[in-house]
Design a protein around this ligand. Structure first.
Ligand code: MIG
Length: 669
């Protein structure tokens, strides 16, 4: 049961797809201030709070203050309030169980026991929003109702469940070839290689450098013959350059965001000075979406949309003001506070609220300031591409994921978790964000495996990979200047090969559980708290996950570990210690806390009682997985069936997925 309340004049975000009528009754559970700007609730001592999608900290969000505000921030430390996505949905799980969705496209602050330990206090930027209060017996019921409300999640193409290698940047077609050859020669399965900003000509969207990627169409085809998809990046900002047709068309048709004087809003990002397409203007969005055709015509069938919060290094006006301020210090005897003021002036140039306040959209005739709709900018960029793909390439399901997002964008694409670091704590953050994102409909997601910023080690890479093989978006990506971390760079290649192959052996299960979760508005990754209701130990587990209906994972995320403590939440779970897809030993565990030894070249999967895990013989890419080799590792005495979901074609840009029930074809251990 969902109740909807409207405050003021909300801006239509299109988060909701299956909308309901406004309730006339009194608002349940929470207290809302008279003007609507504050929503509050008193938390019981043991109440837990879930949700918020892409955010730092644990699965239980209690004990911190968060803001839904799309932010380009590459330091995902525990004291941050927001990351790239704005996902204002939470669930209170305690004496009362209910969900709150604040459908508002700018900043919403969720103080979840931060100011006062037992107070939940939500502040909405302006009291113009829709409030949905969702009833249900359990958090999972609430998630399902919410997901029904916001519509079906995107189903990524089957090939994108394979392993993908990225780096900022592979600069030339030779570099890309070299990566592919190394993976293939080492017998490491792989399906995609990424092109970061340096494939472009001077960072101009929808161009390809002739010098570094000559005969691009031919190159795309030649790697496709090797079963490799190339996935280029698209940035939000369009370089200002006379003669660059994308810029000229945008300028001439007034498709760019404006400043307060009605001139094109100018900021600087990678290409230097840029304009930002006004994705909230339907004509501009349609125009931009069709630009992807330039690349799909060259054979490209996957994209990642970056810098679409939008990220701004500096704006012209911001820079002018900063120079004035800096000049005012010149010749003065600068005190300590002046000095810090000077420093902050420079640091504050990027992604500043002032800049966003000086940026305007033309929402089909109505002029709206950016800081009223900030969180749906990246959403609309991504939707513009998705809408276009259905027209340009109806026979293909094109991979796409975005950095910025808002609730509702999950219908059009996936997201990745942005610029994390090669830190041990970020393995755990990867794990904790998966269920939170699933609550908000984002199922095709994953973190930059092995870490984006900073230098990784072989041990970290192996441990991260042991979690990474379960991420639907399984991508190794790293930043400019960091240590190379393609898996063939490390010493123990056998271990990396085995873990990569194990991923491919698991693809039938992962893809099936993924599609099932889409169809049932379910979560592919569940906290134990959602599955084992009433078990206080399960409720407190923050570092294990249920993956689909059959298995549990408990990855190691600390250095120099010989294993870890695992809470086994039910009787007789089977722990399968995989050294490789066909070299494993099995242990039986009873319900309770156990220390499980897990060397760093091993993955342990816990299979639930009465279930069996389907595996296929791995191949070098998803196209070469032979489903006739399907077999099971079972934790059941009786006959067993599993419904496998198989992508059998594409219609109107979406995968056609068929179900096949496999019976009795398992090896009982
Ligand atoms: O300012 O394109 O999150 O994945 O490698 C950095 C370069 C811009 C940020 C993305 C990251 C990408 C990087 N980009």
């Amino acid at each position: 049961m969902i109740n909807k309340y409207i405050f003021g004049k909300p801006f239509e975000t299109n988060a909701v797809q299956n909308d309901i009528h406004e309730s006339s009754g009194k608002i349940g559970y929470v207290t809302v201030s008279e003007d609507g700007s504050e929503i509050s609730y008193t938390l019981g001592k043991n109440d837990k709070v879930y949700g918020l999608g892409e955010a730092v900290r644990g699965i239980n969000k209690r004990g911190w203050i968060y803001e839904t505000y799309c932010s380009d921030d590459p330091m995902h430390t525990e004291t941050k309030r927001s990351l790239y996505g704005g996902h204002p949905f939470i669930i209170v799980d305690g004496e009362e169980v209910f969900g709150i969705f604040v459908d508002y496209p700018d900043r919403v602050t969720f103080d979840i026991g931060y100011t006062n330990v037992n107070s939940l206090n939500i502040k909405v930027g302006e009291p113009n929003y829709k409030l949905y209060i969702i009833d249900g017996d359990t958090p999972l019921d609430i998630v399902k109702s919410f997901r029904h409300l916001i519509g079906r999640s995107y189903i990524a193409p089957f090939w994108s469940f394979g392993f993908q290698q990225s780096r900022w940047s592979y600069n030339t077609s030779k570099d890309v070839r070299n990566v592919i050859d190394n993976y293939r020669q080492n017998d490491f399965p792989i399906d995609a290689v990424y092109l970061d900003i340096d494939y472009m000509d001077s960072f101009k969207d929808f161009t390809v450098s002739d010098e570094r990627f000559p005969d691009f169409a031919e190159f795309v085809k030649s790697v496709k013959d090797d079963n490799i998809h190339l996935v280029p990046i698209i940035d939000a900002g369009i370089k200002i350059e006379n003669g660059y047709n994308v810029y000229e068309e945008g300028r001439d048709n007034n498709y760019f965001c404006k400043d307060k004087n009605g001139k094109d809003f100018i900021a600087a990002v990678w290409p230097g000075k840029v304009c930002f397409p006004d994705f909230l203007n339907s004509k501009a969005a349609e125009w931009f979406g069709m630009k992807y055709k330039i690349l799909t015509d060259l054979g490209i069938d996957g994209f990642w949309n970056d810098m679409n919060e939008p990220a701004i290094f500096y704006s012209e006006t911001g820079l002018e003001k900063a120079f004035e301020k800096i000049a005012s210090y010149k010749g003065k005897n600068i005190g300590v506070y002046d000095f810090f003021g000077l420093k902050d002036t420079v640091l504050g140039l990027s992604n500043s609220y002032d800049d966003y306040s000086g940026m305007y959209h033309n929402v089909d005739g109505e002029i709206i300031c950016h800081n009223k709709i900030h969180n749906i900018y990246g959403y609309n960029m991504t939707k513009s591409a998705s809408d276009a793909f259905k027209k340009i390439e109806p026979d293909k399901n094109i991979l796409m994921f975005s950095r910025a997002s808002y609730i509702g964008m999950h219908r059009y694409s996936g997201i990745w978790m942005g610029d994390n670091q090669s830190w041990w704590s970020h393995i755990k953050l990867n794990l904790q964000m998966l269920p939170s994102l699933n609550m908000c409909g984002f199922l095709y997601t994953g973190a930059d495996m092995v870490g984006f910023g900073d230098n990784c080690t072989e041990e970290l890479a192996l441990r991260w990979l042991a979690l990474g093989i379960f991420n639907p978006l399984m991508r190794n990506h790293s930043a400019l200047g960091t240590r190379n971390q393609e898996f063939y760079r490390f010493e123990n290649r056998t271990a990396f090969r085995n873990l990569l192959k194990l991923r491919y052996a698991l693809i039938p299960y992962l893809y099936s559980e993924y599609v099932k979760s889409v169809e049932n508005n379910d979560m592919m990754f569940k906290p134990l708290a959602f599955e084992y209701r009433g078990d206080k130990f399960a409720a407190a587990v923050e570092d294990q996950l249920m993956v689909g209906e059959y298995i549990m994972i408990a990855p190691v995320y600390e250095p120099n570990a010989i294993g870890r403590s695992v809470y086994v939440p039910e009787e007789d779970m089977l722990a399968v210690h995989f050294k490789s897809e066909n070299d494993y030993i099995i242990e039986h565990y009873s319900k309770g806390h156990h220390f499980v030894e897990i060397p760093n070249d091993e993955v342990v999967i816990f299979i639930r009682k009465g279930k069996a895990l389907p595996l296929v013989n791995s191949g070098d890419c998803t196209a070469n997985l032979d489903y006739s080799t399907l077999h099971f590792i079972g934790n059941t005495e009786s006959n067993f069936e599993y419904t496998i979901y198989v992508e059998s074609g594409v219609k109107e840009g979406e995968s056609i997925v068929e179900k096949k029930t496999i019976k009795n074809k398992y090896t009982l251990k």
